[in-house]
Ligand binder design. Structure first.
Ligand code: NHR
Ligand code: GAR
Length: 214
């Protein structure tokens, strides 16, 4: 399985995926990394692993559609079986979703359907929530609205700020993203008309609890 990963920043999830592939935990290889931002740390993870990578700077395109077409063109030569958004920060239009629907995963730092969009950790803190988390989901045109696959819950501690909470959440992300990627690469996970399915069974509305699988 050829995996392409789209990033915008630190790329710690990218690194977890690269490591899981090289350790044999994912039946696939990261074939290409694309970043919409130049100079980010995630590109260095790709370089260190000898993985092809390119910057496609959204600021160079006149519209979201033109940027998305450039992404599609850049991905074409690697013929990805799976496209993974890992801290990718640009909302994608149907120009991009169309060609990859069903082969497109994202990790979103909340317990979906709570807190789609940005600033999830601060919103959870402001709401006085007792727990936060992260969810891997299939990407559809609806922002953070595609069918969830797997989530990890993380307790919120009294002294937490958005940064401390983000660090605790990311440690779990590095476990659940490789898990979901391996489900996909082994042919167990698919997007169907009635939602995400694992081993043929439709998943619960919020996805599966990672604690049952890790
Ligand atoms: N695109 C579609 N169509 N559907 C989804 O579910 C998507 C998506 C693109 C990205 C990741 C998502 C997240 O996990 C994601 C899911 C960026 C924004 C955003 O508002 C929102 C959600 C996500 C990613 N981006 C601003 C924009 O104007 C830019 C913000 C910035 O550059 O810092 O695109 O949270
Ligand atoms: C991750 O926590 C991911 O859930 C979040 O950004 C972080 C990226 O970290 N994604 C979003 O906020 C998407 N809007 P990384 O670059 O180290 O993988």
């Amino acid at each position: 399985m050829n995996i392409a990963v789209l990033i915008s920043g630190a790329g710690s999830n990218l690194k977890a995926l690269i490591d899981a592939c090289s350790d044999g935990h994912i039946d696939g290889r990261v074939a290409l990394v694309l970043s919409n931002r130049p100079g980010v740390e995630g590109l260095r993870h790709a370089d260190s692993a000898g993985i092809a990578n390119r910057v496609i700077d959204h600021r160079a395109y006149a519209s979201r559609e033109a940027f998305d077409c450039a992404l599609v063109d850049a991905l074409a030569p690697c013929k990805p079986d799976l496209v993974i958004l890992a801290g990718f920060m640009r909302i994608l239009t149907p120009e991009f979703i169309g060609p990859f629907e069903g082969r497109l995963l994202n990790i979103h730092p909340s317990l979906l359907p709570k807190y789609p969009g940005l600033n999830t950790h601060q919103r959870a803190l402001d709401a006085g929530d007792a727990e936060a988390g992260s969810t891997v989901h299939f990407v559809t045109e609806e922002l953070d609205g595609g069918p969830p696959v797997v989530f990890a819950r993380v307790p919120i501690d009294p002294g937490d700020d958005a940064d401390s909470l983000a660090r605790r959440v990311q440690a779990r992300e590095h476990q659940i993203y490789p898990l979901a990627a391996q489900w996909y690469c082994s042919g167990r996970l698919a997007l169907t008309n009635d939602g995400a399915r694992l081993d043929g069974r439709v998943l619960p509305a919020g996805g599966l609890d990672a604690d049952d699988y890790l």
